[in-house]
Structures are given as structure tokens and as C-alpha cells.
Design a protein around this ligand. Structure first.
Ligand code: ARG
Length: 575
């Protein structure tokens, strides 16, 4: 482990045990970055209280007990320990990290099976930009867990079942299969739905047909099932177009939509009722998980079967959670879904615990996704008020990126490749760089800016390093060091990079890709100071300095590229 904060924590803990007894070996030394040194340990203050001794005296005792310590320590003020790492330690750790293909990122031990439920657009309702964010955040979590050696099972819980399909299928028959498929593949799902809805509300005959169609669909009538497939296949082809454009790793094999659980729902309900987990209340079958009450202080029901015998969203999620634990053997289930569904998931998890379907050894977590807002601070819509077609939105990002790089003299093919990477990278990075549960303002100008915490800025940082290597005429893999820290800018950059491995592990553990963005942004900023202070290829740079700086550049780009890859942000060779 190269992360200085972790190394120092271990060393100070050893000193604590040595100076005050083994019962202190697990105390948190409270090591934090400091403005007066590299780090500061504040443990002496809290420990002094417990030992009834002067903090300064405690700090001095810790200092005296430190051994095998990779830096110098100074007791300051009332009892702070200011820690400055030795340059030689940073140099050798950085070089070791450069030689490590995993860049100090460990593997989860033992490896876990992580089920990640993400994207999950609805075929029969408006597909909105909110799904863009669950798709992007979920995909990054999938990449992170795979990188840590976990078994990732992606589950695209499509909204592909339910009563609206009666009217959708009837509308499909009215306009003809060919025309319907064409519309759906083009991303006109919302328009298709709205047209069906208008007829359903104004045309008694149509409404009647739609109702009958729901029944034939539920009964599995082959002809109706075929029409359902025609509808869904065309819709999924549109979703796939978007996934491909975005470089999202979801495939058809990951589809596990609501329809998949339909055959399980009756047994799900029967089992819940038989075990006494669910009871009939006002004709509906309900679970009343402990701790949930409505505004009237009455227990809040999770309705698993409605009073008309129909099933709903909660029924499906109860079947799904059992399937994920029992059949998929999940150790951890992540639901990357809008924060407006927080209560639903808390109740589903609690109900599954009561039913014994979610043992304590399995964690179920709702990774809440905050709402997408327009620049006006309201729910994201077009000017005329309709929701925005995802494919148009993504195309606009690519068009704007094309305009931004149009003066750089690339041929058409290169230009369109870069524009796509920059456009998609900008949209994805913007979604990821804000903590996933906060609301997020969709703003093309900001996300496409070439400065600040943006995708294009990170891509630009890597492209800059690549161009140094092109000019040097060597591959990054040829740069092996040794790394020598002369300038403070080199030192700051190297020290920061050492924290990469443990940061990636924390980001996956806590489902917080925005912290990886922040780390990469800090990397790019330190890199840019390094560029200002430290020439690499200038003829007057001594050979050993050049070797060292190239190695530091190679390490930086390895971190940036690995980090961006874990976020799912593409890295163009040039920009
Ligand atoms: N289709 C749902 C929606 O758009 C999201 C499904 C999330 N996953 C789940 N297991 N409920 O709101």
C-alpha cells in the first residue's frame, strides 16, 4: 500500500501501542493533510484527555516511539504532530507505483458478487433524461467493482410490463407494425405513448380494446406476446443506440425487466402471505414493515397485490430482491435509481428482511440519483415544455464539441472521433462529478468548458502528456524513472498520485464516483503547475531530470487514464 495517509496511520498506531500499551493500537491517529507540513496527526489531543496528561507531553511520547518512519515529525502548538515525508520515500513509492500495472489499486478480498440495478428506462412511459444519469452513474460503479475483482451482475430493470401495454399494442396495430417500429427505433416512444393515451381517453371503442388486450397479454396469448415483442424489440434497439453512443457497457444480456418477474409474482405473494409477512388489508395484500408510519401515525403498507388482484411496482421489486439474493447470489445489491423512490426502496428492503429474503450478510443499498434540472432550476425540459429526446441531447453535445475543436486543423475522420469523445465525455463527466444524490443542473456551456472540473479538461490533460511522449519519440511504458523530486511542483504531484489506489477502493465501497472526479481534477491541476515550473524536453534540462520528469508524466497519465476509464469517460489520443 502506497497511500501515505494509510502508511502513516499504521506507523503512528504502532507508536501509540509502543508508548501507551497495546489497547491503543487501533486508535485513529487522525491524520489529515496540513498546510504547515504534508500531514498533521491530532491524536495527542484526544488521547491526552483520556490519559489525563498534557497533550504536548503525549505528542512527544508518540514522536519518541516512532520507528521505521518515512519522514520527520515536529511537535507543534499544544500537541499537534506535523509530519513531513522524506523525498526519498515519495520517490521510491512513486517509482514502485509506476511499475505496478494496478497503480496501487487492490482487489476486494474475498471477492464479492455485486448486483447493480441501473438505467432501467420505461418503455411505456416518458423516457426522460433522469435515466441518463442513473445509466452513467451505474455504469461507472459497474466498472469500478469489476476493476476491484468483484463479480458484477448488471440488471437493467426495464419498465416493460403493466396495463399501459394494452393501449400501446392496440395503437401499434392501428398504425401498423412497420410504422410503429420505425417510430420506436427513432426514439419517438413518448409521442407513441401520448398518441395511444389520447385515443384511450377519447375513444370508447379503443379503450375497450385496450382493456381486453391487457387481459390477453396477462394470459400469455401467443399473438399478443408477439406484438409485445415487436414493441419491446424496437424500443430496446433505441435504448441500445443510446448506450452505444455513450459507451455504456449494458447489453441485451443484462435486461431483466419487470416482465421477467411476472411469472413469479403469484408465488411471491403466496409465500409472503403464508409466512405471515403480508396480510390482507382492505382487500389488498400488504406488508407493514416495522418503523414505517404515515402522517396519521398509522402503519404504512407496501402493497404487493392490489385489491383488484393486480400486481404493481412493489410486487415486482419483492420478486426481484428474492431472485437477486437467492438465484444471483448477491453479496451486495446496488439500486441506482432516482432519489424520489427512497421510501419505496426502504420499505422493500425492510419487507425483504422481515420475510427472511434479505439476510444480514447481504447489503441492499439505494444509490439515490438527484433530479436533473434545467438552467432555470426546474425539472429539465425543452423550451416548449416537452421532455427531451435523449438521442437529440447527445447529438447536440457532439455538435457543440465539433464546433469547439473545428479550428484545430484535423481531418474530418479525426475530428468526428475527437468530437464524439469530447461530447460524450463532457456529458458523462458532468453527471459523475456532482455527488449522485444532489440535484444537478444540465448546462452544456459549463460541461463543455476546457477549464475547471470538466470532462474536456481531464481529456486535455491526458492529451497534453501524450503529446510530450510523441515529441520525445518514446512510449509511456519506456519511462521507468528513477523519479527524483527537485521542484516543489514535482513533489506535490507525486505525493498526490500515491493516494490513488486507496481512493478508488473507497469510491467503490461508498458508491461515490464524484470523489474520483475530484481526485482527477486535483491531479490535472497539479499537473498544470508542474508544466509551468518544470520543463521536460527543453535541451537545457539535465538527462536524469528529463528521465525523472518523463516518468512522473507517465505515472500521471496512467492515473488519469485509468481513472477516466473507471468513470467510463473516453480518452482521445489528441485534442
Ligand atoms: N423503471 C423505473 C423508473 O423509471 C426504475 C426501476 C429501478 N429498479 C427497480 N428495481 N425498481 O422509475
Amino acid at each position: 500500500m502506497t497511500d501515505p495517509q494509510i502508511v502513516l496511520t499504521e506507523r503512528v498506531q504502532q507508536a501509540l501501542a509502543h508508548a501507551f500499551g497495546p489497547e491503543h493500537a487501533d486508535a485513529d491517529p487522525l491524520i489529515r493533510p496540513s498546510q504547515f507540513a504534508d500531514f498533521q496527526a491530532n491524536v495527542a489531543m484526544s488521547l491526552a484527555k483520556r490519559l489525563r496528561r498534557a497533550p504536548r507531553e503525549v505528542a512527544e511520547a508518540i514522536e519518541g516511539a516512532l520507528s521505521d518512519f518515512p519522514g520527520t515529525v515536529e511537535v507543534s502548538g499544544p500537541g499537534f504532530l506535523n509530519i513531513t515525508l522524506d523525498d526519498s520515500w515519495i520517490e521510491s513509492e512513486a517509482r514502485r507505483m509506476l511499475a505496478d500495472p494496478r497503480l496501487g489499486v487492490g482487489s476486494t478480498a474475498p471477492s464479492q458478487t455485486v448486483v447493480i440495478d441501473y438505467s432501467a428506462p420505461n418503455a411505456a412511459k416518458e423516457m426522460h433524461v433522469g435515466h441518463l444519469r442513473t445509466t452513467i452513474v451505474g455504469d461507472s460503479l459497474a466498472r469500478l467493482h469489476e476493476h476491484l475483482g468483484n463479480t458484477v451482475i448488471r440488471q437493467n430493470h426495464l419498465g416493460d410490463w403493466g396495463t399501459p401495454f394494452g393501449m400501446l399494442i392496440e395503437h401499434l396495430l392501428d398504425i401498423g407494425e412497420g410504422a410503429a417500429v420505425e417510430q420506436l427505433e427513432a426514439g419517438m416512444g413518448t409521442e407513441f405513448y401520448q398518441a395511444a393515451r389520447v385515443k384511450f381517453e377519447n375513444d370508447e371503442g379503443f379503450k375497450q380494446r385496450a382493456r381486453v388486450r391487457v387481459t390477453t397479454l396477462q394470459s400469455g396469448d401467443p399473438d399478443t406476446m408477439r406484438l409485445w415483442h415487436v414493441f419491446m424489440d424496437a424500443t430496446v434497439r433505441y435504448f441500445n443506440k443510446i448506450y452505444e453512443l455513450l459507451g455504456v457497457t449494458l447489453t441485451d444480456a443484462d435486461i431483466a425487466g419487470e416482465s421477467m418477474y411476472n411469472p413469479m409474482l403469484q408465488k411471491t405473494c403466496d409465500d409472503l402471505e403464508a409466512s405471515g409477512t403480508a396480510v390482507v388489508s382492505d382487500g389488498a395484500l400488504c406488508v407493514f414493515p416495522p418503523g414505517f408510519t404515515g402522517s396519521d401515525d398509522k402503519p404504512l403498507p407496501l402493497i404487493v397485490r392490489k385489491s383488484d388482484g393486480g400486481y404493481g411496482y412493489a410486487s415486482t421489486d419483492m420478486a426481484a430482491i428474492r431472485y437477486r439474493v437467492h438465484d444471483l447470489k448477491a453479496d451486495r445489491i446496488l439500486y441506482v435509481v432516482g432519489s424520489d423512490q427512497a421510501l419505496h426502496f426502504r420499505m422493500v428492503f425492510a419487507a425483504a428482511r422481515v420475510a427472511g429474503w434479505l439476510p444480514d450478510t447481504v447489503s441492499a443499498e439505494h444509490v439515490q440519483i438527484g433530479m436533473m434540472l434545467g438552467k432555470d432550476g426546474r425539472r429539465f425540459k425543452t423550451r416548449s415544455g416537452e421532455s427531451i429526446k435523449l438521442v437529440d441531447l447527445l447529438q447536440e453535445a457532439v455538435d457543440r464539441a465539433t464546433a469547439a475543436i473545428s479550428d484545430r486543423g484535423y481531418d474530418e475522420a479525426t475530428k468526428s472521433e475527437i468530437a464524439r469523445a469530447v461530447g460524450m465525455g463532457a456529458v458523462k463527466y458532468a453527471d459523475l462529478s456532482v455527488s449522485h444524490d444532489s440535484e444537478y443542473v444540465f448546462d452544456f456551456d459549463r460541461m463543455l468548458a476546457f477549464t475547471g472540473n470538466t470532462g474536456p479538461y481531464m481529456q486535455y490533460a491526458t492529451a497534453r502528456i501524450r503529446s510530450i511522449f510523441r515529441r520525445a519519440g518514446i512510449e509511456t511504458s519506456d519511462a521507468k524513472g528513477p523519479i527524483l523530486l527537485g521542484d516543489p511542483a514535482e513533489r506535490a504531484l507525486a505525493l498526490h498520485l500515491l493516494g490513488f489506489g486507496s481512493l478508488v477502493e473507497q469510491v467503490a465501497e461508498q458508491s461515490e464516483p464524484h470523489r474520483l472526479c475530484a481526485f482527477l481534477y486535483e491531479t490535472a491541476s497539479l499537473l498544470s503547475t508542474f508544466y509551468e515550473q518544470c520543463p521536460v524536453l527543453r535541451p537545457d534540462v539535465p538527462p536524469e531530470t528529463r528521465v525523472s520528469r518523463l516518468a512522473l508524466c507517465a505515472l500521471t497519465t496512467a492515473v488519469l487514464e485509468t481513472g477516466l476509464d473507471l468513470l467510463g469517460v473516453p480518452v482521445p489520443e489528441r485534442m
